[in-house]
Design a protein around this ligand. Structure first.
Ligand SMILES: Cc1ncc(C[n+]2csc(CCOP(=O)(O)OP(=O)(O)O)c2C)c(N)n1
Ligand SMILES: [Mg+2]
Length: 363
């Protein structure tokens, strides 16, 4: 028997766009562009800082200081816009490419660096900011996000959780289970898919036979929204609306931010082997940062002093990251065991003793 649902049975294929590629406001009227001057300038600053730090992470990896890195170049608007409208107590469940999200949440870049250096697990510093550690096993974080949302629901909190995932992750069984569970229990979880067109070398057209990723929402009984992932204001507005819906007890949403990964999948990847320059050029013309700068210029909010301030902040953050990575303290192996439960279990205590004994033999 079909269940009555208030969920719309259609999804608009045209992504929500508030600022066009030329930086002028679009005719879209369903969402507001009304943010304070301070917030608008801060969104710009966060996107630039994200890009600058992203470059620094790549440099550090090339210099042998980091094991690997997953650049987010091109996805700054999708990440900054989505994270910026949330509350500090809304739990985030990232995949591994969400540098802009970490920065908006106030996670120090050095802690992200420590995780990629492998010198320290990095997890604890993420969790103090209500952000789960990065998830390299693709899609598994969506189940954690739903579990946390169920907990918030049962505790009567009005917080939401966000699962950040990629287009490739939507093919994982875990993601189906997470979406289904969230839909059935109407939990306050937002599924935020950054469709960056590629899952390593697999293009999105080979990822799904659905009309779009957002269209899958219909099958899970939740709203599906496509948004221009290179338009920071649109990402902000769509996410804010979905978060308000979830907070009011009206269940989950599936948001597809249509964007592009301008760089390689990781520092170990060479994208020229599977995609052509013409495609890259098309997306370079849609770069989210110059677009938003033009928008601020149109409003009379851009100034050389804003640009100088942003450049100074970026340079400071880059230096801070380098210092943190170079001076990272040696990993305290005890944390492998003590950071798992509030009180260490007898099994973990036995493992800790065994590892200490082995280390003592090799020293
Ligand atoms: C369960 C699992 N299967 C395969 C991999 C290998 N893998 C790493 S990243 C990736 C592509 C994921 O693509 P997408 O979800 O679109 O995220 P993006 O890297 O584009 O941000 C794959 C298949 C993995 N890490 N985990
Ligand atoms: Mg992808």
């Amino acid at each position: 028997m079909a269940r009555k649902s208030q969920t719309p049975m259609t999804v608009d294929l045209e992504p929500v766009q508030l600022v066009g590629p030329d930086g002028t406001p679009t005719a879209e009227e369903r969402y507001s562009r009304d943010l304070s001057t301070e917030t608008l300038c801060w969104l710009y600053e966060m996107m630039v800082v994200t890009r600058e730090l992203d470059d620094e992470f790549v440099n550090l990896q090339r210099q042998g200081e980091l094991a690997l890195f997953t650049p987010c170049r091109g996805q700054e608007a999708a990440q900054v816009g989505a994270a910026a409208c949330l509350r500090a107590t809304d739990w985030l469940f990232p995949q591994y490419r969400e540098l802009g999200v970490y920065l908006v949440r106030g996670i120090p870049p050095g802690h992200v660096g420590a995780a990629w250096r492998g010198s320290w697990h990095g997890g604890l510093e993420f969790t103090t900011k209500c952000c789960a550690p990065m998830s390299v096993p693709v899609g598994t974080q969506t189940l954690h996000a739903v579990g946390a949302a169920m907990a918030a629901q049962r505790l009567g909190e009005d917080s939401v959780t966000v699962a950040f995932l990629g287009d490739g992750a939507t093919s994982e069984g875990d993601v189906h289970e997470a979406l289904n569970l969230a839909g059935v229990f109407r939990v306050p979880c937002l599924f935020y898919v950054q469709n960056n067109q590629w899952a390593i070398s697999t293009p999105v057209r080979k990822q799904t036979a659905a009309v779009s990723i957002a269209h899958k929402a219909i099958g899970y009984g939740m709203p599906g929204i496509r948004v221009d992932g290179n338009d920071v204001l649109a990402c902000y507005a769509v996410m804010a609306e979905a978060a308000a819906r979830a907070r009011a007890g009206n269940g989950p949403s599936l948001i597809e931010a249509v964007t592009y990964r301008l760089g390689p999948h990781t520092t170990a990847d060479d994208p020229t082997r599977y995609r052509d320059q013409q495609e890259l050029d098309r997306w370079l013309a849609l770069d989210p940062i110059p677009r938003f700068r033009r928008y601020l210029q149109g409003l009379g909010l851009w100034s050389q002093s804003l640009e100088d301030r942003v450049a100074a902040r970026s340079a400071g953050q880059r230096a801070e990251l380098r210092d943190a990575v170079f001076d990272a303290p040696d990993f305290d192996v005890d944390e492998l065991f003590t950071a798992v439960y509030a009180h260490i279990t007898p099994e973990l205590e036995a493992q800790r003793r065994q590892l200490r004994a082995e280390l003592a033999r090799t020293e």
